[in-house]
Design a protein around this ligand. Structure first.
Ligand code: F6R
Length: 357
């Protein structure tokens, strides 16, 4: 049942701290600075020449985040939308091909994995469902362990995918990259930090303010770019309102023409690195055009000065802050959809797993 929550989606958003504890359980050896993934025997420390991630929808956003993380730790990696990958069939020599699929049944992702396997690639399924088609067909199955997700909109499975891709990255580079102790300590702290976001969110009141706008733009850079894509997708899916997510730097290359005082801009700005400071610059551009600004931030830049509302998150590592920020975006979408009386757990035209190409 829904355990007292009005919708499965809200219940599953609140289950994220537990889901992440399950994802991490028994896999991290903080003292040694290593990650052990029972599901990936034979891959540890054997760096592939490259990693190709394939996925659809929300899982594609997780793949973008994972690919960035792999590249940052020295492994060439790409994220490709599965339906395009299956048509294009890129070269796979010495590549590890990773299908990110919550259900393990998405036809486009299965098709991409099959074309890669036929051409000799070693394949991994990153999935939530034991015994799913992807888990059975791939050389390796890496389980995200989020627990069953009933709501059509993916929430806790997305967070668990992000953490699992962090673990996969550490596993492939075991003990060989700087900063591992910091990263592992932040992972341990993540479920508690996420609980803090859930307990203190201002999302219901902020969402209520912006019902009925002309459109909603979600912007961010770096790891917050996939988070912005995900924020917009979730928002469209359950509110039926028009939204667009994109890298903040792209704003001035076209979309800025649509920005008015009727188009809230939701900017995710975490940390105080170059990506964060440049996003603050983009926030000033939209503020100058009278767009309402909602900043999702840990307060490490002065973005709040240019924002009408702030959705706060606690300080965190650059790779975990986006997971906390995304939780605020989930709640913003949820509360907006609830204001609008939408069918949140079963949005029109959508299915939980898409088994046609
Ligand atoms: C959006 C959503 C979809 C799925 C996509 C892939 O909330 O859930 O975009 O992420 O259909 O599904 P899986 O991960 O099962 O392959």
């Amino acid at each position: 049942g829904k355990s007292g929550y009005e919708h499965y989606m809200l219940k599953e958003i609140h289950e994220q701290p537990t889901a992440l504890r399950q994802t991490l359980s028994g896999r991290v050896n903080e003292q040694a600075g290593t990650v052990e993934l029972e599901d990936l025997d034979g891959l540890a420390g054997r760096e592939p020449a490259g990693v190709q991630l394939v996925a659809c929808g929300t899982s594609y956003h997780a793949a973008l985040y994972g690919a960035r993380m792999l590249r940052e730790q020295g492994i060439p990696a790409t994220a490709t939308i599965a339906s395009e990958y299956a048509l294009e069939r890129p070269p796979v020599a010495d590549q590890l091909v990773v299908g990110v699929t919550q259900s393990g049944e998405t036809a486009d992702t299965l098709s991409a994995l099959r074309t890669a396997a036929q051409r000799g690639a070693e394949t991994v399924a990153v999935t939530n469902v034991v015994g799913s088609t992807a888990a059975r067909e791939c050389d390796h199955a890496l389980y995200i362990r989020a627990g069953p997700e009933i709501g059509v909109a993916a929430t806790k499975t997305f967070s668990s995918q992000l953490v699992t891709l962090r673990l996969l990255t550490e596993h492939l580079t075991n003990g060989t990259t700087d900063g591992i102790h910091d990263r592992l300590a932040t992972l341990r702290a993540l479920p508690g930090a996420l609980q803090e976001v859930l307990d203190e969110t201002q999302a219901p009141a902020v969402a209520e303010e912006y019902v009925g706008a002309d459109g909603y733009f979600f912007i961010g850079r770096g790891y917050n770019y996939p988070v912005s894509l995900e924020g917009a997708l979730k928002f469209k899916e359950i509110t039926y309102e028009h939204a667009e997510g994109f890298p903040a730097g792209e704003l001035k290359h076209g979309t800025l023409a649509l920005v008015t005082n009727e188009t809230p801009v939701i900017a995710t700005v975490t940390g105080n690195d170059e990506a964060a400071r440049k996003t603050v610059g983009n926030v000033k551009e939209v503020e100058a055009r009278d767009a309402p600004v909602i900043a999702v931030t840990d307060g490490q830049t002065d973005v709040a000065r240019y924002a009408d509302h702030v959705l706060e998150i606690p300080d965190s590592h650059p790779t975990t802050a986006p997971i906390l920020a995304n939780t605020q975006l989930q709640l913003f979408a949820y509360h907006m959809a609830n204001e609008l009386g939408r069918a949140i757990d079963k949005p029109r035209n959508l299915a939980k797993s898409v088994t046609v190409e």
